[in-house]
Design a protein around this ligand. Structure first.
Ligand code: GLN
Length: 495
């Protein structure tokens, strides 16, 4: 196989595993091919903030030595990239913000440490909305990433770089983070698979915090099988994250099958509402019909509080932002303004110059919601609604095993079309936020196309039951061709 033919065309982690284990290609050859692809397309896609070429080749050489010694792992020798809020010791980690300019973390995120120990190769760090706040990657202080399917449209967000990199063939897989939809929504808009695991399934140690009760790291991949492979490497209890769950991780990659007989798929009326683009709704309805053809039984379920999830999220997440982002003061690390004449003024001008508009908006909303006199009316009430949302999912999962819905109400929208209207932007996550609030796992899989742009179907599962979720998503994917479609850019780019 020629190197040039390797990267385009959606080569999977599973494909690379077979090529590496059969010694048909070395990790160095594969890594060089990905670096060439990045050089060929990334001036247009702008997925990467930092490319770690020398490190990648060094890690690839090490992987080749380990392969030669007879070792293997799902990701040994496989090139990947990380959203730029995952700490990488000694490598710039910006969080898409000016305020972390010049910051080189002194330690690695657990997910990176696990991938590296398993032999994955780090190609670089990926663009994102500042502090993961956004749905289009236009809130990055560093660049605007384009959707590889149509460079005039957004890749979604906040893990837009992570989704676009996979879609453009710039990495075999990537890791993003999902607080209210930031893995699933960009996966949907870029035509790739995005999995948000159960809260607590994957360690958040070294993930720069946005809203700690919601943040969860997840893989973006070409296939569901790849998502299972990557999750099997990064999942599991970590003593460094007190919210990581001491729950055993099943052998996910071996539990995938093709048959859905006996599976009950819940279809909630509240997820098929006005405001969803007709092309999205029809693709998702067809996806659900396909699940039925594969042997699943469809059941109607009701999640009555769905309509409150978005507004509840926009109290709880900003409240946590107001606390988590208070650490950026220009004193300990990152950017410091020279304009202040004393300590307080230095804090103020550093934060004024270092944070973008959306981050400031959330700090203000969150601080207001937590302030004395308003706490009960906003934050406490929101927490009660959150409990209700979780209870409704629990009740629904007595009648079904997974829930199917659209991932996002629209396909990729034009760059600049929603930046002036925060509410329109927030609505991108109306279907992904409820599972985040409940802490349960959910996946987006390509299920169709509308106006030539990809559509994603979301499947939501029970807490810690990624196995059933992945089984359903995999069976669906195997029975369709949507995941095989590639943007024209990939075929034409060379590299
Ligand atoms: N778009 C949502 C927000 O802006 C979700 C972001 C995320 O999941 N990180 O908060």
């Amino acid at each position: 196989m020629r190197r040039e033919s390797l990267v385009p065309g959606g080569v999977t982690v599973g494909d690379l595993r077979r090529l590496l284990d059969a010694r048909e290609l070395s990790s160095v050859e594969i890594t060089e091919a990905y670096l060439a692809r990045i050089a060929a397309v990334d001036d247009r896609v702008r997925s990467f903030i930092t490319v770690t070429g020398d490190l990648a080749l060094e890690q690839a050489r090490q992987a080749d030595r380990r392969l030669a010694a007879g070792e293997t792992s799902p990701v040994l020798g496989v090139p990947m990239a990380l959203k730029d809020l995952l700490s990488t010791a000694g490598i710039a980690t910006t969080c898409g913000s000016r305020i972390l300019r010049g910051y080189h973390p002194p330690y690695d995120a657990t997910v990176y440490a696990r991938l590296r120990d398993a032999g994955a190769v780090l190609l670089g760090k990926l663009n994102m909305d500042e502090f993961a706040m956004g749905s289009s990657t236009e809130n990055s202080a560093l660049a605007i990433t384009a959707n590889p399917w149509d460079l005039a449209t957004v890749p979604g967000g906040s893990s837009g770089g992570a989704a676009a990199a996979v879609a453009a063939g710039e990495a075999a897989f990537t890791l993003g983070s999902d607080t209210g939809g930031s893995v699933r929504q960009p996966a949907s808009l870029c035509g790739v698979v995005g999995l948000k695991p159960t809260y607590g399934r994957v360690s958040r140690f070294g993930l720069i915090a946005f809203a700690s009760s919601l943040d969860q790291i997840g893989p973006l991949t070409h296939t569901v099988a790849d998502a299972a492979l990557v999750l099997s490497v990064i999942a599991g209890h970590d003593p460094l994250d007190s919210t990581s769950a001491p729950v055993e991780v099943p052998d996910l990659p071996t539990q995938l099958g093709a048959d859905l007989r006996g599976l009950r798929v819940g279809v909630p009326a509240e997820y098929f509402i006005a405001g969803t683009e007709p092309g999205v709704e029809s693709a998702v309805r067809e996806g659900i019909a396909q699940l039925e053809r594969l042997g699943a039984a469809l059941v109607e379920v009701s999640l009555p509080s769905t309509g409150y999830a978005l507004s509840t999220y926009y109290i709880i997440a900003p409240a946590e932002v107001s606390s988590n982002l208070s650490r950026y003061d220009g004193v300990k690390y990152g950017y410091r303004s020279d304009d202040g004449v004393d300590l307080i003024e230095t804090y103020l001008s550093t934060r004024d110059q270092g944070f973008g508009a959306e981050v400031k908006r959330r700090i203000m909303v969150g601080t207001y919601a937590l302030s004395s006199g308003y706490y009960d009316a906003y934050y406490l009430k929101a927490q009660k609604v959150r409990t209700l949302i979780k209870a409704e999912f629990d009740a629904a999962f007595e009648r079904c095993d997974v829930i199917a819905s659209p991932t996002s109400p629209s396909v990729a929208f034009k760059i600049g079309s929603r930046t002036a209207d925060p509410i329109a932007m927030y609505l991108s996550d109306v279907f992904t936020i409820p599972a985040s609030m409940a802490g349960i796992p959910a996946i987006s899989v390509p299920c169709g196309s509308s106006d030539g742009l990809p559509v994603g179907m979301q499947l939501i599962g029970r807490a810690f039951d990624e196995a059933t979720l992945l089984r359903a998503a995999h069976a669906y994917e195997r029975s369709t061709e949507w995941h095989k479609r590639q943007p024209a850019l990939v075929a034409s780019a060379g590299g």
